[in-house]
Write a protein that binds this ligand. Sequence first.
Ligand code: BTN
Length: 329
Amino acid sequence: MQEAYKAEAEIIKVLRNGGFISGEGISVFLGVSRTAVWKHIKSLRLMGYHIDAAPSKGYCLRPSSTPLFNAVELTSLLSTEFVGRDITWHETADSTNLRAKEAARNNGPEGAAIVADSQTLGKGRMGRRWVSPAGVNLYTSLILRPSIAPSNAHHLTFVSAVALAATADEFLGKGASSLKWPNDMLLDSRKTAGILLEMDSELDRVNFVIVGIGVNVNMKARMFPAELKTTATSLLEKCGKEVDRAAFAARLYLNIEIWYKKYLNEGFVPIIAAWRGFFRSEGKPVKVVCADRVVSGVCLGLDEHGALLVRSASGDTQRVVSGDMSERS
Ligand code: BTN
């Protein structure tokens, strides 16, 4: 017996075709009893779906004025093979990355997704917190199990960043988003999404990688804490209207699957090429704060491994593998 949310997503997909569908028709389609169909309809109504019922006609879905964001809605919009096909949903999680690590240790399959409507301990890079209020944004973590060397796991940051920027452009228009090295998605030079990669590995093999993604989708400017007000933004602030979070997540999962498969089949070269297409800092003065030094100079772009190249005032080229980059004016 598949989980209830998957059957309910199938019902929503069928009802979205429009008109009335009989309970009998749904029960045959799903291979479940009429009573089970009725229970699913009841649970869908509790989630906020407006489903009319008429004797001898069946069920009909009325369009909802506010988009719903839950495992059913997300699944009903999915067109992937494996990414997001197994969803664990939390109204509130401490951190979806923590939940995903736990799921991965318990044999969670490749592509499994953890999604939360809010996080109490949202984690950013370098020990920072990720602001995670309820009802507005996307917080999700995916389990990946690539057969790659642990030293190449950082490639998946670039894979995910390309998928993220491509998804934002699909919603906002080509050229709307850009990427800041190594993994921030920007709109109008302001941070809109970030990626936190965590790995569990042996010396020579990756057990799993957790790709944690936070996207400021419908957060209003006034909701950002003071320290982020001038540096962060959201899709809503950029396009002036609410973005359907379930539709965005479904599209993001598809793009991650496409770019991840490309990476596994063709290697890092096409990923870096696509990533460069979203990078706007080449030729500009930058500062990179690393764990052990600060590198300043003109950004020369990325090398073939994804490291940042910076030409300092003295003319030598510094290669930076990890750090926090910002453009200097
Ligand atoms: C960054 O610092 O830019 C990375 C931010 C990553 C935030 C996401 S939200 C979903 C997942 N769960 C977490 O606790 N962090 C990541």
